[in-house]
Design a protein around this ligand. Structure first.
Ligand code: AMP
Ligand code: GLY
Length: 341
């Protein structure tokens, strides 16, 4: 709907800028230090308690963040990032953060310049491996609704995070309209902001779009036209998205493998009205086969009245699709769907 523009480029483009912005706005977030100098960075790291959180300053598609309990690994990561060995220019400045503990949530809000409308909180699974082990990725799956994001919790995020952010944008004369995606940690001390993006989250969007259907497009149009005042939007049922990623993702994804299980329209060849297949990194060869073309290849969303049903549909659909070395987590929304029963 909107290009990120100045506000977006500033909020999203540099973690150091964002942290300074949050401090000025009074938005709670992790304590941090910003470093270009190796000695200073390592000295600061030595004052931190595990887990250690090391980020590249620039954009790295969610992959520039290391969260580890291992001090040596953290030190090596700082050095590699600062020397430009990983993430090239984006890593030449690092942000070292206090680790936040709690429940992580992605809250998207629409803002038309005056009125703000929150969408359903979604949970993203960032790590490549089961039980949240292994490297950070762009996201291996997601679901909504999130039972732990009660109305009171959403309201707390709106009051303590979103409202002061929009005020600060105004103070800086940064005009912003469109979607603001807040990555939030619900901690024992209330919600704290992990990151902002001025775009929809991936794979959260593959949850939100089917969950809202046409209502979402109506809300987006109203947002673009400055008519969000009075808009309401209510999700129906539940959605769970499972990402199918290439072998080697996130470091060195393989490309060019034939994907089986898809029909001519790119959906499941065994059609299922409860399943939507989103293509992220695919292409077609002359024979009409779908091929893998990058890290996160497909996102398979299951819909249902309950999370458990949605989850069942998502995995039933995902099981019908395959390609060489396909990586998928089997625990997306598992705990939440058991609790929600
Ligand atoms: P970011 O790109 O800043 O959103 O970081 C990617 C992921 O790393 C987040 O979604 C969290 O799962 C994790 N993470 C980032 N910062 C922190 C932090 N300060 N404490 C705990 N986990 C974090
Ligand atoms: N799912 C995380 C992101 O879109 O940044």
């Amino acid at each position: 709907m909107v290009g990120p523009g100045a506000a977006g480029a500033m909020l999203e483009g540099s973690k150091a800028y964002m942290k300074e912005f949050l401090a000025a706005a009074g938005v709670p977030s992790a304590a941090y230090g910003t470093f270009r100098d190796e000695g200073e960075a390592l000295a600061y790291l030595a004052t931190m308690k595990p887990p250690f959180v090391i980020k590249t300053d620039g954009l790295a598609a969610g992959k520039g963040v290391l969260v580890t309990d291992d001090l040596d690994e953290a030190r090596r990561d700082v050095v590699a990032k600062l020397r430009g060995e990983t993430f090239a220019g984006a890593g030449r400045t690092v942000v070292i953060e206090e680790a936040l503990r709690g429940i992580e949530c992605s809250l998207h809000v629409l803002f038309d310049g005056t009125t703000v409308l929150p969408l359903a909180p979604a949970q993203d699974f960032k790590r490549i491996g089961e039980d949240d082990q292994g490297a950070n990725t762009g996201g291996m799956g997601a679901y909504a609704p999130m039972a732990s994001m009660t109305d009171a919790n959403v309201q707390a995020v709106m009051e303590r995070i979103i409202a002061p952010t929009l005020d600060e944008l105004r103070r800086r004369s940064l005009e912003f309209r469109g979607v603001l995606y807040a990555g939030v940690m619900l901690t024992a001390d209330g919600p704290k902001l992990l990151e902002y993006n001025v775009r929809f989250g991936d794979p959260e969007t593959e949850v939100l779009v089917p969950l809202y259907g046409e209502q979402l497009f109506d809300a987006l149009l109203r947002c673009a036209e400055g008519r969000l005042d009075g808009a309401t939007i209510a999700p129906s049922g539940a959605a769970v998205t499972v990402v199918l990623a290439a072998e080697g993702y996130p470091l060195r994804p393989r490309k060019g493998d034939v994907i089986t299980g898809l029909g001519d329209d790119g959906q499941l060849s065994e059609h299922d009205e409860h399943v939507v297949v989103f293509h992220a990194a695919t292409l077609r060869n002359a024979a009409g086969d779908f091929l893998t073309r990058g890290g996160r290849v497909l996102a398979v969303t299951g819909l249902g009245d309950t999370l458990a049903e949605a989850r069942q549909h998502a995995y039933a659909g995902a099981r019908l699709i395959n390609f060489r070395g396909c990586q998928r987590r089997s625990d997306i929304a598992l705990v939440a769907s058991q609790l929600a029963r």
